[in-house]
Design a binder for this molecule. Structure first.
Ligand SMILES: NC(=O)N[C@@H](O)C(=O)O
Ligand SMILES: [Mn+2]
Length: 279
């Protein structure tokens, strides 16, 4: 049944039951076939208080200080953020470099696997849906034998007297669901909510048809990666169809709202600064 639209429906391609978790992040449906080769066509947008960066806009180049790794910086202070968000495509025999001094790092695996080794020689194998938080000035290295795709957040740590952060390794599925009074989405956080941590990573799940209750406008800034599903993101006065693989920058105070559509759940990963006085 062709239905009304001649283009193959994106919904027909969402039978991801047989595919690895987050597979669409690294193999998104860029656009219906009759648009894919349209010269200059992109859904990407860059405005004063938000940006939508879609996969056809990514520009990869060798990551300085990393070995055999291509990086696409998606959000940096040049956009107005106090953090960086980048995709790291680690190839065989690749190795990470360290962030600058006093910079904390969080990595989240969306494809493949990496081995994280810290200065005391302890190694952890990180597979899809696993993550690691590295405190500022924490010696570590990530090694990859085959291939891996990471989303990486880095930020100058906002030091507090008598507070330090710990090295953390975990996975989303092991994090408890948290209360979300007044909201229907399911929420997990990858870091402790305690004061030493100056940001957190929220993993938010929406069933199709579910949406944010609060039409948010807040002082915090966000870096978002849509891991699964599709829907409509409102940013400021614009409404954007979004799908897994899309990245969004949200400046402080930008009106923001999401509604999940389609046949499968939406899951997004969201950087949010917390625990520090905005003054
Ligand atoms: N945009 C969005 O989802 N924001 C909220 O989750 C939040 O905690 O700020
Ligand atoms: Mn928000």
């Amino acid at each position: 049944d062709e239905g009304f639209c001649s283009a193959p429906s994106i919904l027909d391609q969402t039978d991801s039951s047989s595919k690895p978790l987050y597979w669409k992040v690294t193999s998104p449906t860029l656009s219906p076939s009759h648009l894919q080769d349209l010269p200059g066509f992109t859904r990407s947008v860059y405005r004063r208080d938000h940006a939508l960066i879609t996969p056809e806009s990514h520009v990869f180049s060798p990551l300085p200080d990393w070995t055999n790794t291509l990086g696409a910086y998606l959000i940096t202070p040049a956009i107005g953020s106090h953090f960086v968000m980048y995709l790291a495509k680690m190839q065989e025999n690749s190795r990470s470099g360290l962030p600058p001094n006093d910079v904390e790092r969080l990595i989240f695996v969306t494809q493949g696997a990496v081995t994280l080794t810290n200065s005391s020689g302890i190694s952890n194998k990180l597979v899809v849906d696993s993550y690691a938080y590295l405190p500022p000035n924490f010696d570590h290295s990530l090694k990859c034998d085959g291939s891996a795709t990471l989303v990486v957040f880095e930020r100058r740590y906002a030091f507090l007297d008598n507070h330090i952060t710990e090295h953390i390794v975990g996975s989303t599925d092991k994090q408890p669901l948290l209360e979300t009074p007044g909201e229907v989405f399911e929420l997990r956080k990858l870091l402790p909510a305690s004061m030493p941590y100056d940001f957190n990573i929220h993993i938010m799940d929406f069933q199709p048809g579910e949406f944010l209750n609060v039409k948010e406008l807040h002082y915090n800034q966000h870096g978002l990666l849509l891991l699964e599903g599709l829907g409509i993101y409102r940013l400021g006065d614009s409404w954007y169809p979004v799908q897994a693989g899309d990245v969004i920058w949200m400046a402080p105070f930008v009106p923001q709202w999401y509604a999940a559509l389609g046949k499968t759940r939406s899951r997004y990963l969201l950087y949010k600064d917390v625990n520090r006085n905005p003054l």
